[in-house]
Ligand binder design. Structure first.
Ligand SMILES: Cc1cc2nc3c(=O)[nH]c(=O)nc-3n(C[C@H](O)[C@H](O)[C@H](O)COP(=O)(O)OP(=O)(O)OC[C@H]3O[C@@H](n4cnc5c(N)ncnc54)[C@H](O)[C@@H]3O)c2cc1C
Length: 321
């Protein structure tokens, strides 16, 4: 049996277990669900199982099913930084958007569930005058995704404001592990502390009590600036490549130097407006986006001696914890 055929059989075995045990799950279970419906790119073939848990118990149940079937699994936030394969995923995709929507402030500490959308958090920040989170402006996605990615903008990054993370290890599904202080290790656009099978459940952030009007003004100005410089009318994952900081360049400048701004494969295109965005003009496939990524990487290496590294995360055969 080929690797792909073996993966598909494993996906079918997993789907059977999840169907048979579905009455013990309070969330939403979908089978052979197109990932294109759950990613910002609007790209991606079917997931054998797509589960949207609504509670801690649901997560324990998912962990049990993954252990029992040996299925591959992938944690999906809002899908704003994920490129899903055209072939889909022969395993269990766990969508985190409904499981923990806590949002509680006490003094200068904010406890936020991993499912909370960044846009909701910022709306509350503007209402309440919670200062210090403005750097998240314009980043789509969930709080859990921002922690995993160490998301940020020119105004700062997640690592600077995050105080603690509680994660559930899906290899076990029961215990919460708390990370704080020096355990919270990050680099540019990646965390270094979460085990591969860890799902971010709850987070704590430090706030500065500010003036609601001032917080709102910073958010509005930043949003306007992003609107003017980013192709937000088309599906994308934001920046495709990390900035190659060792070379003192931004990734868009590398794409520009290679003459790839506006270059197109199928319906995927390096945006004319922001060259580090690959946009979906309508019917792009993951293979088109990947084609552009590989083209830029190989030419940057050969012509400029620059090793471009993807910021976008791939979901497909071979990705799992
Ligand atoms: C128009 C646009 C603009 C963007 N601008 C920015 C920007 O300015 N700065 C920036 O940093 N990013 C930006 N992004 C990228 C993206 O929004 C961020 O990376 C975001 O933090 C991803 O969150 P998400 O919930 O969508 O995660 P997903 O994209 O679903 O997942 C991203 C990664 O996080 C993991 N993950 C998600 N949730 C959890 C969880 N609860 N526990 C464990 N792992 C988890 C996934 O497994 C995956 O590896 C942009 C994207 C778009 C579409």
């Amino acid at each position: 049996m080929t690797g792909e055929a073996a993966e598909n059989v494993a996906g079918e075995v997993a789907a059977r277990w999840f169907r048979e045990n579905a009455p013990r799950f309070s969330g939403v279970l979908l089978f052979e669900e197109p990932l294109a419906r759950h990613t910002y790119y609007r790209i991606g073939g079917p997931a054998a199982v797509l589960a949207t848990p609504k509670s801690r118990e649901d997560l324990s149940w998912l962990a049990e099913g993954i252990r029992a079937t040996g299925a591959r699994s992938f944690i999906l936030g809002a899908g704003s930084n994920v490129l899903a394969s055209d072939e889909g995923f022969a395993g269990v995709v766990i969508r985190t958007g409904r499981m923990n929507l806590t949002l509680e402030a006490s003094g200068e500490l904010l406890r936020i569930g991993a499912s909370v959308p960044i846009s909701t958090l910022l709306r509350r920040a503007a209402q309440e005058g919670w200062g210090g989170l403005e750097f998240l402006t314009g980043i789509p996605g969930t709080v859990g995704g921002a922690v995993f990615m160490n998301a940020g903008t020119h105004l700062g990054e997640t690592a600077r404001r995050l105080r603690a993370v509680e994660a559930i290890d899906l290899a076990d599904g029961r215990e919460l592990t708390r990370f704080e202080g020096e355990a919270l290790r990050f680099e540019y656009r990646r965390n270094l502390f979460l085990p591969r099978s860890a799902l971010v459940w709850q987070t704590e952030w430090s706030l500065e009590q500010g003036d609601p009007a001032q917080v709102k003004a910073t958010i509005d100005t930043t949003l306007a600036r992003r609107k003017a410089t980013q192709p937000i009318d088309f599906p994308s994952c934001g920046s495709v490549f990390k900035n190659p900081r060792a070379h003192g360049l931004n990734a868009w400048q590398v794409i520009e130097k290679l003459g790839l701004r506006g270059h197109r494969i199928g319906d995927a295109q390096f945006s004319e407006k922001h060259a580090n965005f690959i946009i979906n003009l309508g019917a792009a496939r993951a293979s088109d986006v990947k084609g552009l990524i590989e083209l830029a990487k190989s030419r940057a290496r050969a012509e400029l001696g620059i090793e471009l590294e993807e910021e976008v995360v791939f979901l497909g055969a071979g990705t799992s914890f």
